[in-house]
Design a binder for this molecule. Structure first.
Ligand code: TRP
Length: 362
């Protein structure tokens, strides 16, 4: 069986370093591993509209931002197809048929939907489109016969929903769809980066993100004003590394080579952490080191972004081509689905003959 990746993001903002360690870096590694036969990366604009339907301009602007973030982080259009969800009508059609296979109460139990309903103040009146987005996400995944869906743990309920739909479809209509596997981030640090202010999540509205597209000066400023251990007042005081965002970022980004280059007093992060815990290592020093590490990681991304920014029509062309190839795949799957559901009337010679016989004797 071929190995196929499908994953994606809602285009509601520029991607930040939390997206990078949580998913983007891994996607580039998976892409470059050569282990996958096909890779599809979806800009899920239709899904973004389920809770931004009154602000299509935001979604429209962020499609290019996200595409630029992908390309600059190392997604290679020769190896991965980047596609725009709304431009593939087959996905909507699949969603409609999958709707028969899911109950309202099952959607209501989806923990992601539940928490998003709370977050978006949708308690009083949930738009049907929003409520159904797990079904549409199952269409996204199955349309490409994806075997592997690399996403964060917050997407686990979506994957479970997709797998249920696949099993139900196959048991009613015969083996047609492929059951996808979730591929979670490997390390704890990659699971979720806190904001620069120490809040659990990076979010645009909290203004605590470091973006892939931030300038060198922006990154430095944000790092130097990061929240650390609030009880670490004087350099000689012992400090805490658990829950300290500066150390969490270092866990996600620092390599031993970075120590040799920028903090030669330490061989590795464990040694630096020991010193911090013991006392005698100041926050400014650690932040300066983190800044160096981040700059080294982000500067090639920034440089690549600048190149792509010079050729925006070229970026749209990449999206158009990726979308076209993706649509061909989705169309194939849709015809398999319609055949399995016996709604392929005009291609169904046996049906026409059967009807002919039925009426010929009269
Ligand atoms: N729900 C995902 C998110 O919010 C985005 C997404 C849409 C997606 N369709 C997908 C992810 C299909 C994986 C597979 O990040």
């Amino acid at each position: 069986m071929s190995k196929i990746i499908l994953t994606g993001d809602r285009p509601t903002g520029r991607l930040h370093i939390g997206h990078y360690v949580g998913s983007l870096r891994r996607r580039v590694e998976l892409q470059n591993s050569g282990e996958f036969d096909k890779i599809f990366i979806m800009i899920a604009d239709a899904q973004a509209l389920t809770d931004n339907f009154d602000n299509p301009e935001k979604v429209r602007q962020n499609i290019v931002e996200v595409a630029l973030d992908y390309l600059s982080a190392g997604i290679d259009p020769a190896r991965s197809h980047i596609l725009i969800q709304s431009q593939i009508p087959e996905l909507t059609e699949l969603t409609f048929y999958y709707m028969n296979l899911v109950t309202v109460s099952r959607l209501q139990r989806n923990p992601t939907v539940k928490s998003e309903i709370q977050m978006r103040d949708f308690e009083a009146s949930i738009p049907v489109g929003f409520f159904c987005y797990p079904i549409s996400q199952a269409a996204d995944i199955t349309a490409f016969h994806a075997t592997t869906v690399p996403v964060g743990e917050d997407q686990e309920p979506m994957l479970e929903q997709a797998r249920e739909i696949v099993r139900k479809f196959n048991s009613i209509y015969g083996e047609t769809l492929t059951e996808p596997e979730i591929l979670l981030p490997e390390t704890k640090a990659a699971m979720r980066l806190p904001g620069t202010d120490g809040k659990a999540k990076m979010s645009k509205s909290l203004g605590n993100c470091i973006y892939l597209s931030d300038t060198e000066a922006d990154v430095k400023k944000k790092v130097m004003s990061m929240f650390t251990d609030p009880d670490h007042l004087r350099v000689q005081d012992p400090g805490k590394v658990e829950g300290n965002p500066v150390f969490i970022y270092l866990e996600a980004f620092a390599k031993d080579e970075h120590f040799a280059e920028y903090a030669p007093d330490y061989q590795n992060l464990a040694e630096m952490e020991e010193h911090y815990k013991r006392g005698g290592l100041g926050d400014v020093k650690v932040k300066k080191f983190l800044n160096n590490v981040l700059q080294e990681t982000l500067s090639p991304i920034r440089a690549k972004r600048a190149e792509y920014e010079k050729d925006i029509p070229g970026v749209y062309e990449i999206l158009r081509e990726g979308t076209q190839i993706a649509e061909e795949e989705a169309a194939k799957t849709l015809s398999e689905v319609k055949a399995a559901m016996k709604i392929n009337y005009f291609d169904d010679k046996a049906l026409i003959e059967e009807q002919m016989k039925k009426y010929s004797g009269r």
